[in-house]
Ligand binder design. Sequence first.
Ligand SMILES: Cc1cc2nc3c(=O)[nH]c(=O)nc-3n(C[C@H](O)[C@H](O)[C@H](O)COP(=O)(O)OP(=O)(O)OC[C@H]3O[C@@H](n4cnc5c(N)ncnc54)[C@H](O)[C@@H]3O)c2cc1C
Length: 562
Amino acid sequence: MDNRADGIQSSAFPTLADDQIEFLRRYGEVRKIEPGQVLFREGDRSYDFIVILEGEVEIVDNFEGEARTIAVHGACRFLGEMNMLTGQSVYLSAVMRESGEVLAIPPEKLKAIITEEPTLSDIILKAFLARRSVLMRVGTGLRIVGSRRSKDALRLREFAVRNRLPHRWIELEEDGGAEALLGRFGVQPQETPVAIWLGEKVLKNPSNAELARTIGLDVDTSREQMYEIIVVGAGPAGLAAAVYGASEGLATLSLEAVALGGQAGTSSRIENYLGFPAGLSGAELASRALVQADKFGARITVPQEAVGLRRENNHYRVTLSEGGEVAGRSVIVATGARYRRLDIPRLERFEGVSVHYAATEAEAQMCRGNEVAVVGGGNSAGQAAVFLADRVAKVYLLIRGGDLGKSMSRYLIDRIERTDNIELLSHIGVRELMGDGALEGVVVEDNRSGERRILRARALFVFIGAEANTGWLKGTIALDERGFVPTGRTLDRCALDSQAWNGLSREPFMLESSQPGIFAVGDVRSGSVKRVASAVGEGSMAVRFVHQYLAEMSAPQRSRVT
Ligand SMILES: Cc1cc2nc3c(=O)[nH]c(=O)nc-3n(C[C@H](O)[C@H](O)[C@H](O)COP(=O)(O)OP(=O)(O)OC[C@H]3O[C@@H](n4cnc5c(N)ncnc54)[C@H](O)[C@@H]3O)c2cc1C
């Protein structure tokens, strides 16, 4: 086990001190437990937080009647995982090995402990986060069976990886037992990808929302409530807005189309975020933010895509892709940006199979043992190259210019230079993709000499500048010529919705769009600095403006008119 895995293991399974257990006793009740008694079972939506006072408890992964032991907890340890806080279903069962005694604390009381008791809260949250990492690594819970050449299989895996849903990927072409497993569930290989939940429920090529619903991810949104803030997008900017909004007592709803963490969630290691000298992965940042948002009572729903926005009287209505609308007095747009596509023939044929716009474990596993190419000269391309170099045979890093130093941070350039299996090719453009179904090679051209060569890359990772995720806002607020949202002083006065601004005696706030009460933060905002820290900063700042806006809207009409 490497040091990092060692560290995860020790924070995952801490032992509570006697005085901590004494303190916890006031929140729960002591129960005698018989050997073989089940404390919780996979699929349960809710269960008690259990502290073991006496005896041993086995944590078991049951799949098709086979039980695999994942951990054994003894006295002074506690049971539970991230799903206790997020409301997701449980992935494993806990069975008493011998007769003993436990302290059972109801889930709502656990939330009170986390809010009120900082030392215990820290131990419990760290353990829950680390246990999720252990489960991700062990490969338990959901099974996803499919071909590495299937776009839908990759979509499902990406959804699971990016939402940190424990799962095991079973590849049709490589796993000798895959067809037999499918046979036992009456599924033909051509019906894959399938997701198997709790060893019994088979979903054939489900949508992300169907999968989310089955495993208990939160997709239901109260349609009746009038929220004070609706945050759209849960990347760093949106998560910060949700945490600050909820912590300041505002009724906050957050909608996320794909997975918490946004672009940062696809980053293997963010090294320049203040306070984390050893770096932290985007997935970890997102999990921590989720716990924080939940602690303050923000409601975060995934996957839930906003497809429209309109003003009605003095509030806004956001239309959802799953149908229906939600209403809020203010809206924070934090929908970020996505990577641009290359302008080359037959690109769609390979997208989602061999052409990727993120480099996470899901994509890396598909490329094991192969050569891959990364296009782009920014930090995200650099990070992807370094991450992939650890997992594939060779990485070609393709840049249009002649010098990485223009757009990439020095620490990444140093790392690239020190990595033997990364080859930097400068003054290069991608011209053609070879193969049929799966990528067999990439034709590249030297943009000075016009000379072409073939790289035997089996996957292409594209990080070439971003486009704003603002399609859903067209016609509602002003956008700049590149589709980003101008705010505050950068807004053209003519772009302001005169009817909506009528009666307000002020200029738009710094992060406010052309519609009063609609704010834009992070990468989606015109002119913003495209970084995690600035996105988090803007998300937090926007809440201050929301307060001012809400106060203004609830003030008697005359005080709002000049
Ligand atoms: C691979 C990679 C590595 C990076 N590394 C670093 C780094 O080391 N340091 C650093 O400072 N920056 C880094 N960045 C940049 C950083 O991640 C971004 O600047 C940051 O994520 C922007 O945050 P955001 O919340 O504004 O937008 P995003 O992160 O883009 O999040 C937007 C979210 O909105 C969701 N969304 C979009 N449309 C809708 C809709 N209609 N309805 C609901 N939800 C929607 C998206 O699914 C997404 O989750 C990296 C970026 C990438 C891609």
